[in-house]
Write a protein that binds this ligand. Structure first.
Ligand code: F6P
Length: 571
């Protein structure tokens, strides 16, 4: 398609809708108790279906007028046009002059899309076919190491988008992992990570996947070298290879593959490009779990389940692309986030999965949302005109309930929270004995778990008044401490089960929520210049840390003193 120059972003704060929202916010007295009492249809009206996800927005601090103004804001900033431009492959990643086409990674192969003169759908289909063929070889035992043993452990080496997506999805889909296969993930340049992850491994049955879009990331390349050294040393020690150039080359050929957009650099590292899987610069790192970056996952869960995962993404893409905004869940959730950030002074957003398998989902979302929308300039280089980019955070319920929920229930900050649950657990266990009280013998533990999910959003929405506390016989001097204000906003997301398709839907939902917010703020949600300065300085500082006195003297006084203290402590 085209590579049109970007239009100047609409300044959302100058729109008519922004003015309405400001007025509405000024006059809003949140009253979820009253709103539900007056309008019994509220839950039904504000609940929507997006693919397999049932999403209840009714416990958010919005009236119909607020929702109408948010939808008007979407109109005025041109959300639909921007969305269509993304799906069509226009260069909406302006600062890098790139298309943004993660949606093409999950587009059915019989729906061709040509971008910048290239048949993107065909390229995607070819590459994923290579990944699937490799996955089958590993899973069937056809791929063997230097001693002809099949692979039992895959170690994915990558960081950021080349780690967080694959590890999150691997943990989430653990029940789908082939018996006898395990995937481990090394990301941190702290050498502890490689040391711990390889400590008990058999090198003859281990395969490393070096995943890096650029193949230039310090952490990943350092870890890849450490892993390669470990492989050589331990294969030699086990008598599995000769300590020779040929022995080492054979080890790399049979125990290392790569995923990257820079296949020349893969080759320079010593990995045969025939054992490398590619993707394209129009896939952002944090949007890449559904590209070849997901190779470790594809091996673990198999091509069929991986295809279902992609199908889930596509179902959510279609919902976002075609559903009118008043029923469009990513659009509505993105607009609600704008409402909270820009009109209700929310600084953070909690994501609370009631699914242990989603324990890495909040960490994954931190990169997706914060690397995308943590920006101070708009896509035309001018300063943003309002706050952007809230802090996303979270932990699985119920663990969080016994830790930080105190602040969500009774703190002074407004913290919008997404509660995510699945109806059918992977491990349906019953409590045969019960506790002789509330928990009956034979109780379904998942039901008990989800009772907490329902209870928490109820408590946050409706709270407990001083009169209700008094009615429980609480002494007057303790009443205020036991009051719950309520009116703390939540969105409830309920899926049938944590299948690969549902996981794909969840990820795509948050990709599009992030996009919607970025469009309103007029920012380029697909670049990440803010990570560059620290990377550059680390390379400049490394000689000072290693003992170079001139490099030390070139540092500012605080940094120099810290490095000097570090050197003393290491001495
Ligand atoms: O430093 C940030 C970043 O560029 C992320 O955007 C990216 O996901 C990560 O580093 C890893 O990059 P690569 O896949 O190129 O190694």
């Amino acid at each position: 398609m085209t590579s049109e120059p970007a239009r100047v972003p609409v300044d959302a704060t100058t729109t008519h809708a922004w003015g309405s929202l400001t007025e509405l916010s000024k006059n809003l007295r949140p009253d979820l108790r009253g709103w539900f009492a007056e309008d019994p249809a509220r839950a039904g009206r504000l609940s929507h279906q997006a693919a397999d996800l049932h999403v209840d927005l009714s416990k958010n601090l919005v009236t119909d007028d607020v929702l109408a103004a948010l939808l008007a804001l979407a109109d005025e900033v041109g959300l639909a046009e921007r969305r269509d431009a993304m799906f069509a492959g226009e260069h909406i990643n302006v600062t890098e002059d790139r298309a943004v086409l993660h949606t093409a990674l999950r587009r059915p192969s019989d729906e061709p899309l040509t971008v910048d003169g290239q048949d993107v759908t065909a390229d995607v289909a070819d590459e994923i076919a290579k990944v699937y063929a490799f996955a089958e070889k590993v899973r069937s035992g056809e791929w063997t190491g230097v001693t002809d043993e099949p692979v039992r452990t895959i170690v994915n080496i990558g960081i950021g988008g080349s780690d967080l997506g694959p590890v999150m999805a691997y943990e989430a889909l653990e029940p789908y992992v082939q018996d006898g296969l395990e995937v481990r993930f090394v990301s941190n340049i702290d050498p502890t990570d490689v040391a711990q992850k390889t400590a008990d491994l058999d090198p003859t049955t281990t395969l490393f996947i070096v995943a890096s879009k650029t193949f230039g990331t310090l952490e990943t390349l350092t870890n890849a070298r450490l892993a390669r050294d470990w492989l050589w040393r331990s294969l030699v020690a086990a008598g599995a290879i000769e300590d020779s150039e040929e022995g080492r080359a054979d080890a790399v050929a049979k125990h290392f593959v790569a995923v990257s957009t820079a296949l020349d650099k893969v080759e320079a590292f010593g990995i045969d490009p025939a054992n490398a899987f590619g993707f394209w610069d129009w896939v952002g790192g944090r949007y890449s779990v559904d590209s070849a970056i997901g190779t470790s996952l594809a091996v673990a869960i198999g091509p069929d389940a991986f295809a279902d995962f992609l199908g889930g993404f596509h179902a959510m893409d279609e919902h976002f692309r075609t559903e009118p905004f008043e029923r469009n869940v990513p659009a509505l959730m993105g607009l609600l986030n704008v409402w909270y950030v820009n009109f209700r002074d929310a600084h953070t957003h909690a994501v609370l999965p009631y699914a242990q398998q989603l324990h890495r989902f909040p960490a994954y979302l931190q990169q997706l949302t914060m690397e995308s929308n943590g920006k101070s300039v708009r896509w035309d280089g001018t300063p943003v005109t309002t706050e952007t980019g809230e802090v996303f955070w979270g932990e699985p319920g119920t663990n969080g309930q016994h830790a930080f929920y105190q602040l969500i229930h009774q703190g002074t900050r407004l913290i919008p929270a997404d509660f995510i649950a699945v109806a059918n657990p992977a491990y349906p266990l019953a409590d045969a004995v019960g506790d002789g009280g509330a928990v009956e013998a034979g109780a379904d533990v998942h039901g008990l778990f989800l009772a907490n999910f329902f209870a928490q959003t109820k408590a946050l929405a409706f709270g407990k008044t001083a009169d209700e506390v008094r009615a429980e016989g609480v002494a007057e001097d303790l009443v205020s401490a036991k009051v719950f204000s309520g009116n703390r906003p939540t969105t409830s997301i309920l899926a049938p089960a944590l299948t690969p398709a549902v996981l794909g839907q969840l990820v795509a939902l948050y990709e599009h929520i992030t996009f919607v917010q970025g469009v309103v703020w007029g920012i380029d949600s697909f670049d990440q210049w803010g990570v560059e300065l620290g990377k550059k300085l680390a390379l400049e500082i490394a000689p000072a840390v290693a003992g170079d006195e001139a490099a030390l003297a070139a540092q500012d006084p605080s940094t120099a003193a810290l490095i000097a203290r570090y050197r003393e402590l290491r001495a």
